[in-house]
Design a binder for this molecule. Structure first.
Ligand code: AMP
Ligand code: ZN
Length: 113
């Protein structure tokens, strides 16, 4: 298994895990870009957002639900936070396992990119 996020799901690589259920897992980003930087991923390997079929998009809703819960837990919900999903090369996606970034704890740039 070469996918690093699949290896984290399998417990083969360590992670600072904040949440998991049967479908979704969340852990701290190893190279945080903000005081709160959490990755929310599906446990099942899905490489790109663009691979999601129409009947799978509810998975993103579950990931948003987990992100909202963790934003409250991290104490950033009130001041605000940003959820980011990149898909593919131009989307800036480096790890080819679908993931959502939860960023908060500082004022993020007004520029989206
Ligand atoms: P992206 O650029 O959207 O593909 O984001 C991938 C993110 O995964 C980056 O922010 C990395 O810092 C993070 N990352 C890579 N390896 C690990 C790891 N082993 N544990 C936690 N985060 C990681
Ligand atoms: Zn994977």
């Amino acid at each position: 298994m070469e996918c690093i996020f699949c290896r984290i799901v399998a417990g083969e690589l360590p992670s600072d895990t904040l949440y998991q259920d049967d479908e979704v897992m969340a852990f701290r980003d190893i190279n945080p870009l903000a005081p709160t930087h959490v990755l929310i991923i599906p446990k099942r390997h899905i490489a790109f957002l663009s691979d999601l079929s129409d009947d799978e998009v509810s998975l993103i809703g579950r990931m948003v639900g987990v992100a909202n819960k963790l934003a409250r837990q991290e104490g950033v919900a009130e001041k605000g936070y940003r959820l980011v999903i990149g898909s593919g090369e131009d989307g800036g996606q480096v790890v080819p396992h679908l993931h959502m970034h939860l960023l908060g704890g500082r004022r993020l740039s007004d520029r989206l990119c």
